[in-house]
Design a protein around this ligand. Structure first.
Ligand SMILES: O=C(O)CCC(=O)C(=O)O
Ligand SMILES: [Fe+2]
Length: 584
């Protein structure tokens, strides 16, 4: 899954491309020399052109390594705020527990407890003795490695950004939108609810990935049952919600990196779906963010790594935690291979939200109900759309628009917002609307009255039950600090209209409740698109990369919006509902 940290979390600022950056590396070397990155900052460096050229080779990062590169192409160099934070806390790996499933039969309650504890703290755990034959796991990793190490022409045959066939080999899903590329290539395969035609899956790994998917579903369902018990819901409740039917598999290949201190393998993100399982090889580099800092998820032979996704965090009303995680650039001599499966609901129109069993007057729902369709659309909109970044001054809601180039547009809401508390803030996508006017300039509009005026006529309970809003994690994080500083009074629950009544993209405005803001710079966006995450356009339009080189414009492909700034791998494969005559 997109900061990008999570699509739901605060994003680092864009990499300033206009000036030379000096990065002081904090390594074990007592006096590390400052590393000066001239790369992306050289005035005549045409980043957009370089990115496009790289993409058009269709050979991925592996192709670069095979060509003998010793220095990173500049567009792989990450910003100082990422690079200065690449080490884990020493000795912290023990925080990700390893759970032995051979005890499920004999001591189920103990296993449930171990999983519950991990899911509600660090959000990650490893599972051993899960019953998947070790040879199958080894064969699957070897087959995926073989795919990525085929002759470049073979790989190039499936190198594509569009997902129509359900199979795509790609380097950096967000290549055209991210602030910096990552040292990794990926083979993505849709496994459910409508699996890719097996003939489309590269033969070199076809049999293995299908067998791995089958076994992973079995273990995934068991894990979801145990997680369900951990919530006190019995073993059936979560499994009955069909959370493993929509599946995307990603086979990542992280080639050895010549300058691993200047880039990453996979940027920090949280997975948006319900649950993820990762089969990783021996190399290592996966890290999860704990409350005290980054923690290694060390390879354990034969183990599967499980992590809670955003959807399960929401369903569990935050009993379970969807944690940020990342992969460091590979500093070993061996390539790293990992194969993840994202478990998502199979039905996009089904409604999700905190389970009523998990809410009460003391534990009110922290999110409102939504369809998975809506959730995932918001996920993909998040990075490029307006984002609340803080409360400035006395209760002024500050939103910021981030673009894939060096443009940032900051909009300060004029209306004071007293008593803003993290939980009171609305989901941004539902409240900030954007229009393309006649001259193609977007107009930002904030329905301020509607949003922030508490409706005193409703009781708190009613407002929570009927109108509780989906909360942005990023909003929560950022606002909670700022709001605490500016609004010390007790939280006030502010009711919101149901999403269907909120201003949306392209809907007519209500002048009485709107304030208009014009961004400082012209931003060109498509007038309309019918593309959906499951139905992306064939290719980025020709001007996509070019727009990135000009700081005042934004990519014009709907697909690039959806994956914007995100490494939400595989989520552009969001499954469509299974039609009656099709099955997995
Ligand atoms: O490669 C890994 O170990 C993790 C992959 C991951 O987090 C993802 O694909 O979302
Ligand atoms: Fe992930």
């Amino acid at each position: 899954m997109f900061n990008l940290t999570s699509p739901l979390k605060s994003q680092p600022l864009l990499f300033p491309l206009t000036s030379k950056s000096t990065i002081i590396m904090t390594s074990s070397n007592p006096s590390p020399p400052p590393i000066t990155v001239f790369a992306s900052t050289t005035p005549d460096y045409d980043r957009a052109k370089a990115v496009k050229q790289f993409d058009e080779t269709k050979h991925g990062v592996k192709g670069l390594v095979d060509s003998g590169v010793q220095k990173l192409p500049p567009f792989f160099v990450h910003p100082p705020e990422t690079l200065s934070d690449l080490k884990p806390r020493p000795g912290s790996e023990s925080e990700v527990p390893t759970v032995d499933f051979s005890a499920v039969e004999t001591s189920r309650a103990a296993v449930v407890d171990q999983i519950r504890r991990a899911a509600s703290t660090i959000g990650f755990f490893q599972v051993i003795n899960h019953g998947i034959p070790p040879e199958l796991l080894e064969r699957t990793v070897a087959a995926m490695k073989k795919f990525h190490e085929q002759p470049a022409e073979e790989r190039a045959r499936v190198y594509r950004r569009e997902m129509g066939t359900g199979v795509s080999y790609i380097s950096n899903v967000d290549l055209y939108n991210s602030k910096a590329a990552s040292w990794r290539d990926t083979l993505q395969i849709r496994m459910g609810p409508i699996a890719a035609d097996p003939e489309e899956i590269p033969e070199v790994c076809r049999e293995e990935v299908r067998a791995w998917d089958k076994e992973a579903v079995r273990v995934g369902e068991l894990v979801i049952g145990l997680l369900s018990e951990g919530l006190g819901l019995g073993a059936e409740k979560l499994p009955e919600m069909g959370l493993v039917q929509g599946r995307v598999m990603v086979g990542h290949y992280y080639p050895p990196c010549p300058e691993p201190d200047l880039t990453v393998g996979l940027t920090s993100h949280a997975d948006p779906g319900a649950l993820t399982v990762v089969l990783q090889d021996h190399v290592g580099g996966l890290q999860v963010r704990s409350k005290d800092g980054w923690v290694d998820v060390k390879p354990v032979p034969g183990a599967l790594v499980f992590n809670i996704g955003d959807l399960l965090q929401i369903i569990s009303n935050e009993e379970y935690k969807s944690a940020d995680h990342r992969v460091l650039a590979n500093c070993s001599n061996d390539p790293r291979v990992s194969i993840a499966i994202f478990f998502n609901p199979g039905e996009r129109e089904k409604t999700f939200g905190p389970l009523p069993e998990l809410t009460s007057a003391e534990k009110p729902p922290l999110y409102r109900n939504f369809t998975f369709n809506e959730f995932i659309t918001r996920f993909f909109k998040k990075e490029l759309d307006v984002e609340v970044v803080g409360v400035e001054g006395y209760g002024k809601l500050c939103v910021e628009r981030k673009l894939p180039s060096s443009t940032e547009v900051r909009v300060i809401m004029k209306k004071p917002v007293p008593n803003v508390q993290p939980r009171d803030l609305p989901p941004i996508g539902l409240y900030v609307s954007e229009e393309v006017s006649d001259d193609d300039d977007p107009i930002y509009e904030y329905a301020s009255e509607e949003l922030h005026t508490p409706d005193q006529s409703q009781t708190q309970t009613e407002s929570l039950a009927e109108n509780s809003a989906v909360q942005e994690k990023s909003t929560n994080h950022v606002i909670s600090q700022n709001a605490a500083a500016t609004t010390p009074s007790a939280p006030v629950q502010i009711p919101f209209k149901p999403p269907s009544q909120q201003p949306r993209m392209g809907q007519p405005k209500t002048p009485a409740t709107s304030s208009k803001f014009r961004p400082k710079q012209t931003i060109r966006r498509p007038r309309a698109s019918t593309n959906s995450p499951s139905n992306p356009p064939a290719t980025p339009p020709p001007d996509t990369t070019q727009t990135q080189s000009t700081s005042a414009s934004v990519a014009t492909s709907e697909e690039t919006f959806k994956v914007a700034g995100s490494e939400a791998i595989g989520m552009n494969f969001i499954p469509t509902p299974v039609s009656k005559n099709q099955k997995n």
